[in-house]
Ligand binder design. Structure first.
Ligand code: PEP
Ligand code: MG
Length: 757
């Protein structure tokens, strides 16, 4: 059979129709709305190759090439494609295909209707093998001649250099891989994207949806950073909406040809999917998953308000989050670069070097992002990466904090990754040891960084809490059984809004700013309720906020680390701080009384007084209505802690990342001085001990949320000093909890022994 309609195919027909074609048949038969079409079978391709007498010629060329010689590979690919593109197609084949196309035109009631022509490869002995993304797809094809021409192009695309390379690398015999071609009515989407029916990295039962304007090509090709949505499948609750700046889209020109155009200015940052569309998609995702009995990766489109599914395939990279893997790196090559292990786990993938923010789109799922230093606008691309490597930074830099929360292995401060690693080369990184190896590790390429979820009930009196920067990470953090959130960083949620908080104020949109904060904080407060969540007011460094809409007015500072950030900045911009207080007040009024307020980077008790006065001004009384505390990050604050206690504080949290840099005059983000950065320097430890003891004397709760709180042997000392809680990164919580328990038992034992002496 040369052609088969979708209606006559099902999922067992991979050998005939390839994975894509069989799936479209299965979906059509299951009643899922799929644009109609047919498949030119794998057998048709085989017949064409045989009857044109070109099979042996092609196989001969393939036999001779060295796939690691990129130029030779490229030349062979071109030669083979030339052979296929000039060979005659048998007349009866053309007849059957054009007949099927004309029937499709009749069915949709359009002459020369626009179709998408997609490759759907299949391996003879291994029909389940995945060749996703290896071969070409052509959109907006119309008319008999074009249809034939592009089907032939799909056949030829079986011999793209990347496809040849992939088959060799994965030991597929070229002669046993065939290609079916899907011909499907084009969905002229006004919005489109992808949906995973579970979270592909954690397996969590949420619909993870990405969408952008126009045809789905922009999302699938990675030309655009799409909006990202998460919907809880249990109750269709929308748990995350991240709107991104969508710069380009694919649309049809007057001839029906798809072209890449700039997204109109007013739509770039507009949300693509409404709540009801998200729910419609989620419901369809549930049906698809139920039908297949496994989590699925789908492509969807809305055309004039009507939802279509364009593709569905099982998610092949589902990680097992329960399994903590710490494998040796013995099946990879030499160490290419060394840095600091910033987020544990192993990852393999292709190197993608990002030197400019415009290059982010080249990061595809599973790539290794290599960059000078990550910035907040890189987070959507960081999510797609399987690993991150930076030239700059220490273990408390942006890349480190975010990748730990995303659970992505990360190596920072290599000094030379962007100049040493080679674009598209396969590498494996060890995020614990801080090493990047040559080559892809067989055992690690599909792993996700594991979060160790503590099952055994270890009871500690000293609370063990979690640091959270991204609301979407809250659930994972809460699943560790953490005793609350000892640090909720506000910066990330402001940055994902894309708009500078000062711009909200300047535009008279305070209410929107309040809602943005409240909505995001609520996600965290919910995940942990009724455990305490300490919301830290904005600590906005000028260099990070400059890229936001309205951020162009940020001053250019010589040293932003020592500059206009933290509470000193917020007291200069009290309207922003007041909006934050109002947001927390609003949440308290909704019942989230578990949220406390913490001010960052204070250098004088006067600042604490002023911040409290502003909180009272919005009708929210510190200590009475809300717990009010502060971070100790500047040596001045540690030295003057008694003065702060006199002004009145409910709690203190040691921000050792900053406390260390300010005590030792070592920039925490500068890899050249990283070796001088140590929280265990006696001067830093003295300030820590002093703060803990003074707080204990005064009955003020004292915690830690700097990176030192995730280092077990430091935590042991803090427990001895009398710290009341420790807030760690999610990945460190289980270890820290054990350390705390051991330290507490040691104190009890020592005391008992002393009594016996
Ligand atoms: C710190 O300084 O230790 C801290 C936790 O704050 P951040 O890392 O956000 O500066
Ligand atoms: Mg800090």
């Amino acid at each position: 059979m040369y052609v088969v309609k979708f209606e006559d195919l099902n999922k067992s027909d991979i050998g005939i129709a390839g994975g894509k074609g069989a799936n479209l048949g299965e979906l059509t038969q299951a009643g899922i709305p799929v644009p109609p079409g047919f498949v030119v079978t794998a057998e048709t391709y085989q017949k064409f190759m045989e009857e044109a007498g070109i099979n042996d010629k092609v196989m001969d060329i393939l036999d001779k090439i060295d796939i690691n010689d990129t130029k030779a590979l490229q030349a062979a690919a071109e030669e083979i494609k030339g052979i296929i593109n000039s060979a005659p197609i048998p007349d009866d084949m053309i007849l059957f295909i054009t007949e099927a196309y004309n029937q499709l035109c009749q069915r949709v009631g359009e002459d020369d209707t626009d179709v998408a022509i997609r490759s759907s490869a299949t391996a003879e002995d291994l029909p389940e093998a995945s060749f996703a993304g290896q071969q070409d797809t052509f959109l907006h094809v119309s008319g008999n001649d074009e249809v034939i021409e592009y089907i032939r192009k799909c056949w030829a695309s079986l011999f793209e250099a990347r496809a040849i390379f992939y088959r060799e690398e994965n030991d597929f015999e070229h002669s046993k891989v065939y290609i079916a071609v899907v011909v499907q009515k084009m969905a002229n989407a006004d919005k489109a994207g992808v949906m995973f029916t579970v979270n592909p990295s954690t397996g969590e039962e949420i619909a993870l949806i990405e969408g952008s304007w126009g045809l789905g090509e922009s999302v699938v090709s990675g030309d655009v950073t799409p909006d990202n949505y998460q919907v809880d499948k249990k109750n269709n609750e929308i748990i995350n909406v991240t709107i991104s700046d969508k710069k380009v889209m694919y649309t049809n020109d007057e001839n029906g040809t798809s072209i890449k155009v700039d997204v109109p200015e007013d739509k770039r940052k507009e949300r693509v999917l409404s709540d009801s569309e998200l729910i419609q998609l989620t419901e369809m995702g549930k049906r698809v998953q139920a039908h297949y009995g496994e989590p699925m990766d789908t492509e969807w489109a809305f055309e004039n308000g009507i939802l279509f599914l364009l593709q569905a395939r099982p998610i092949t990279t589902l990680g097992d989050v329960e399994e903590q893997k710490d494998e040796s790196s013995d099946d990879v090559g030499d160490v290419l670069v060394r840095g600091l292990g910033a987020s544990p786990g192993m990852a393999s993938g292709k190197v993608k070097i990002v030197l400019d923010i415009d290059e982010l789109d080249k990061i595809k799922d599973g790539d290794i992002m290599v960059t000078t230093m990550t910035t907040p606008d890189m987070v959507p691309a960081m999510r797609r990466a399987s690993g991150i490597v930076t030239d700059e930074g220490g273990v408390t830099c942006h890349a480190s904090i975010i990748s730990r929360e995303l659970g992505i292995p990360c190596v920072v401060g290599t000094g030379n990754a962007t100049t040493t690693l080679v674009e598209n080369d396969g590498v494996t990184l060890d995020g614990k040891k801080g090493l990047v190896f040559e080559g892809i590790s067989e055992t690690k390429s599909e792993e996700v960084a594991a979060v160790s979820v503590e099952a055994a009930p270890i009871i500690t009196v000293t609370e063990v809490k979690a640091n959270v920067s991204m609301p979407e990470a809250a659930e994972k953090a809460a699943a560790t059984g953490a005793d609350g959130v000892g640090l909720l960083r506000t910066e990330h949620l402001m940055l994902t809004s894309g708009i500078h908080p000062g711009k909200f104020i300047a535009d008279g949109r305070e209410d929107e700013l309040i809602d943005t904060i409240a909505d995001n904080v609520q996600i965290v407060a919910d995940a942990f309720y009724p455990k305490p969540v300490w919301y830290r007011t904005l600590d906005a460094p000028t260099d990070e906020f400059i890229t936001l809409e309205g951020g162009e007015n940020e001053p250019r500072e010589h040293n932003p680390m020592l500059g206009w950030r933290g509470i000193r900045r917020e007291l200069d911009q009290p309207e922003i701080l007041k909006c934050e207080f109002k947001a927390i007040k609003k949440l308290h009024e909704k019942g989230y009384t578990n949220i406390g307020i913490m001010i960052p980077l204070s250098q004088s008790p006067e600042e604490l007084k002023k911040a409290k006065a502003l909180c009272s001004e919005v009708g929210f009384e510190p200590h009475k209505d809300v717990e009010f505390g502060m971070m100790v990050e500047i040596p001045a604050a540690a030295i003057m802690i008694d003065e702060y206690i006199k002004v009145g504080i409910d709690f203190v949290s040691l921000g050792t990342n900053d406390l260390t840099q300010y005590t030792l005059a070592v920039d925490r983000n500068n890899e050249f001085v990283a070796k001088h950065y140590s929280e265990e320097h006696p001067a830093v430890m003295k300030l820590i001990e002093r703060t803990i003891r003074k707080c204990a004397e005064a009955g003020v709760k004292c915690s830690i949320c700097g990176q030192a709180g995730s280092v077990p042997h430091i935590v042991e000392k803090l427990v001895e000093f009398g710290i009341t809680s420790v807030s760690s990164n999610t990945d460190a919580i289980a270890d820290v909890r054990k350390t705390v328990a051991r330290a507490e038992q040691k104190i009890i034992l020592d005391a008992a022994r002393k009594r016996l002496e």
